[in-house]
Design a protein around this ligand. Structure first.
Ligand code: PLP
Length: 441
């Protein structure tokens, strides 16, 4: 299906050119329109606040937020200033800086389970390294993770479920040896039975159970009450560590992690051993971080035997942008405002879908939500898969043509930012009303 005829001729032409030089025309497969019927993605030229402008001059209200990091809105003046200041002082030293201490202190204050942190350059690196550290600490090799949760593109986490919870994984990507997949067990989210079975069979070999405490990768999915408490208890009983992947969730719902979010089920009963961070904490520049209990983190070089390094790690530009972003998020009322705007928007989407007879399930957690084209609840990956991808694709394209930019996948979330206004919500609801009418037709 051609995507960018009519309103987006320049995007269509640039895509043709990009295909000549960049594999698939994109630098991350999620940016392609493969999951929404194919064709040219939109090439953006400029972004400010809650808006994008594409190369053809079309304006879009942005709910992609670059897959999460842009919570302060695009080109927030404080972040722009912080980056400019950092650039003027030199972008990379290869030595420690005071900024890193400031950022580490802030992260520890906001997420107290981390006694020590280390900065890296992406969420992928952060998760990959927590696994290495957990393996070093426990002297075990296997990892348990949950179906549909995405943890970056390192070998161990690009492994899908085997045929049941007591079978080992199969690679999700070419180039991953089966021997590596055999170190990973994937079980269903929100189902302690699957985890129990896996631990009964493999428990003595499991270094860590890796989990998104609130799922952001097959829509937004809350853990059922008792689920995370069970994960932590069962992992510890088996002598395994618990790793929380908070790359999406940290600073998304409040100033802190999902693990210490007061509205969160079981939050008092759970504390991970290790936490992986990314996205928001870089304010839109590349970053990742991981942290955890002191005794575990002391496995990491130069103190311990687990090696992890990085030429760009903790670079002043990313750290400065991150500090400025956290400053924005620390202002009173910021999260309540995003929550209120998202509530208004999802009320409008639900009313409009119902009016047009389009089955729609919305999972909303404060300022982030997902729209599932189905009539059933979505609490795990199988339920998220069992939704109408064609209806989502039609909705996505209709919204794009009406100036609303969503992620091009039925599994991705909508993110509110500090920059969205009531007027944006009104405009989005109007666009959605016309889009649902088209989907229903
Ligand atoms: N973990 C989670 C939960 C993510 O959503 C992502 C990316 O979307 C990652 C890890 C990987 O982060 P990055 O893309 O920065 O490598």
């Amino acid at each position: 299906m051609p995507a960018n005829t009519g309103r987006r001729p320049t995007s269509a032409a640039l895509y043709e050119e990009a295909l000549q030089h960049i594999v698939g025309g994109v630098n991350s497969p999620s940016r392609s329109f493969k999951a929404v019927g194919g064709g040219a993605p939109v090439f953006m030229k400029r972004a400010q606040g809650a808006y994008f402008w594409d190369v053809d001059g079309n304006r879009y209200i942005d709910y992609l937020a670059a897959y999460g990091p842009i919570i302060a809105g695009h080109a927030h003046p404080r972040i722009v200033e912080a980056i400019a200041r950092a650039a003027e002082s030199g972008t990379l030293y290869g030595t420690p800086t005071e900024l890193e201490i400031e950022m580490a202190r802030r992260l520890k204050e906001a997420i107290p389970s981390m006694d020590k942190v280390r900065f890296v350059n992406s969420g992928t690196e952060a998760v990959m390294t927590t696994i290495r550290v957990a393996r070093a600490y426990t002297n075990r090799t296997k990892i348990i993770k949950f179906s549909g949760c995405y943890h970056g593109h390192s070998d161990l986490v690009l492994v899908a479920a085997g045929s049941g919870p007591s079978t080992l994984g199969i690679p999700d990507s070419a180039g991953i040896p089966i021997s590596i997949a055999h170190e990973v067990i994937t079980v269903p989210y929100n189902d302690l039975g699957g985890l129990r079975q896996a631990l009964e069979r493999w428990g003595d070999d499991v270094a860590a159970v890796l989990v998104e405490p609130i799922v952001g990768n097959f829509g937004m999915v809350m853990p059922k009450p008792g689920f995370l408490e069970g994960v932590c208890r069962m992992a510890r009983d088996a002598g395994a560590l618990v790793i929380y992947d908070e790359v999406i969730t940290a600073f998304r719902f409040h100033y802190g992690g999902a693990q210490n979010f007061a509205a969160f089920p079981d939050h008092a009963a759970i504390e991970p051993d290790l936490t992986a961070l990314g996205k928001i904490i870089g304010g839109g520049l590349p970053i990742g971080a991981y942290g955890g209990r002191k005794t575990i983190m002391e496995q990491v070089a130069p103190l311990g035997p687990a090696y992890q390094a990085g030429t760009m790690a903790g670079n002043p530009a990313s750290i400065s942008a991150g500090i400025a972003c956290l400053d924005v998020l620390r202002e009173p009322g910021v999260y309540d405002r995003m929550d209120a705007l998202a509530a208004r928007l999802t009320d409008g989407l639900e009313a409009s879908a119902a009016k047009h007879g389009v089955p729609l399930t919305i999972n909303r957690i404060r300022g982030a939500f997902s729209t599932h084209f189905c009539a059933h609840p979505v609490t795990n990956y199988a339920e998220a898969q069992d939704t109408d991808g064609e209806a989502f694709a039609a909705f996505f394209r209709a919204m794009l043509d009406r100036g609303v930019c969503l992620a091009p996948s039925k599994f991705e979330a909508w993110f509110l930012t500090v920059a969205h206004t009531d007027a944006d919500i009104e405009e989005t609801i109007e666009a959605a009303d016309e889009s649902f009418r088209l989907v229903a037709a």
